[in-house]
Design a protein around this ligand. Sequence first.
Ligand SMILES: [Zn+2]
Length: 449
Amino acid sequence: MTPAGGARLFANAWVVTMDDAGAEHLSGWVHVEDGLVVATGSGAEPAVAERVDLHGAVVTPGLVNTHHHLYQTLTRARAQQADLFTWLRELYPVWSRIDAEAEYAAARTGLAELALSGCSTVFDHHYVFPRGRQGLIEAEVQAARELGVRIVASRGSMDLGVSAGGLPPDDLVEDIDAVLAETERLAAALHEPGAGARVQLAVAPCSPFSVTGRLMEESAALARRLGLPLHTHLAETLEEENYCVELYGCRPVEYLERLGWLADDVWCAHCVHLSDDDIARFASSGTGVAHCPTSNLRLGAGVAPVRAMLDAGVRVGLGVDGSASNERGDLFLEVKQALLVARGRGGGAAMTARDAIRLATRGGASVLRRDDIGSLEPGKCADLAVWRTDGLELGGADDPVAGIVFAGPHRVDRLVVGGVDVVREGALANADEREIAQAHRAQARRFSL
Ligand SMILES: [Zn+2]
């Protein structure tokens, strides 16, 4: 493994920096040292100890995933025709079998898939904590450390069971005080503040139909006291909207506002059913969005109004969402999918290929409140993805940057995180992909019907 301190020049590439000006360097190079980007450019190369020739590949910043449920790799292809609520009701009892051993296998699989799709930073929303099961968050953090990707884990929660009008079964909801105490313990044990963090923690009560207003408010107070970001699901389906109107007397965004959750330390997954007024509230409050187009299509939830959000100035990133509602944990597929659904909704000019890459890089970093990742600029983390351009699917593409999006997804050729190789020549650098798949199948059998 190349140490983070090793100086390397990634040369002979089309470098997409994703800086504010959208600078790209043809015949370009990226100079990295001490885990950081020193400079990017084209033409005359600086003298650096190790020169890596990329043979005309495209280099982008490492992608940033803003919504996931890694444990769901254990339960793919279930409830195949179901809408969200039906799907959840079928899966909650299956998910209640989760333990640290299964979570570790699931996280290794999900994180390996994401790394091989060019993703260097992963947010995971874990909210299923069966009574007595310990070490679930620690298991996924261990998997991320072993593979070499950055993780923003979260202590999710559910406290509104079916007997109190919620969706999850009563035996899967928790006590508020236990949730808050466990969140504080995990924050002290795992969260790294500041630039270059490899492990962070967010506070993430699950959704309006599985969490009480009191837990939402107390979670926000705790997160703000500890300086942690806040996350939840919102406005995913029309059924959720009807549920909120019935139970809380208002639509989801208004409900969130009442709870003090429209703020710049919050991002919400999905946001499919936002009105123009809702979008304006997100923009003025700085609330971010994790756009998960494949999952939304898979569950028939709809298509989020991302063009309108971007025009209003809302921070938007991309997410694969859990592998039970998007069986492919490939973030580059979401780049292409975001472009396609935006055009399906708003016409051919609704999103460019570079806009779509920007969502998955700068957009994701902004949503996670990280200014140290998401672009290739001096002083930022040396997180970069290398995409080959010499395969069958890119022949004839004069613009290889648009070409990789339109022809995606692709297995990344190389992924570098903090200056260290995580993927090399299309294979995991720190783990055996076949062994991960085999260990995962052994655990997944425990979740069979
Ligand atoms: Zn989700």
